[in-house]
Design a protein around this ligand. Structure first.
Ligand code: DGP
Length: 117
């Protein structure tokens, strides 16, 4: 799937829109959420434009796993292991997905409740 010209995350990947980037490699980018919901709120995003979890194919398995690997690396860099962190994927508007380009939320720095809201 090529870049979607209407996708805000594709624009960040293409450096057409600025973001506070904390990690970038061939397959993924991570940047600070513009509207943080916790003291740490970083988004891990594949460079491939995949709108939602249901659009993932068997060919994307390694890429999706890579997102978790990047999240783990950022969590280690930010020293989040001790107090823990939450990783969230909102899928579909009913679950709160507002940007149709899959992304992993990495949240930390405050208490989190369960069940989630
Ligand atoms: P979700 O609601 O799960 O689709 O999460 C989308 C997140 O993306 C939301 O927490 C706000 C963030 N976001 C939206 N637009 C921008 C942007 O232009 N820059 C950055 N850094 N984050 C954005």
């Amino acid at each position: 799937m090529s870049a979607d010209p209407n996708c805000i995350f594709c624009k960040i990947i293409e450096k057409k829109t600025p973001a506070s980037v904390v990690h970038e490699d061939e397959h993924a980018i991570a940047f600070e959420d513009v509207n943080p919901q916790a003291p740490v709120h970083t988004l891990i995003v594949p460079k491939k434009h995949i709108p939602d979890i249901h659009s993932i194919t068997v060919a994307d398995r390694e890429l999706v796993g890579h997102l978790f690997f990047v999240a783990r690396k950022i969590a280690a860099q930010k020293g989040l292991e001790k107090n823990g962190y939450r990783m969230v994927i909102n899928n579909g508007p009913g679950a709160g997905q507002t940007v149709l380009h899959i992304h992993l939320h990495l949240l930390s720095g405050r208490a989190f409740h369960w069940p989630p809201g």
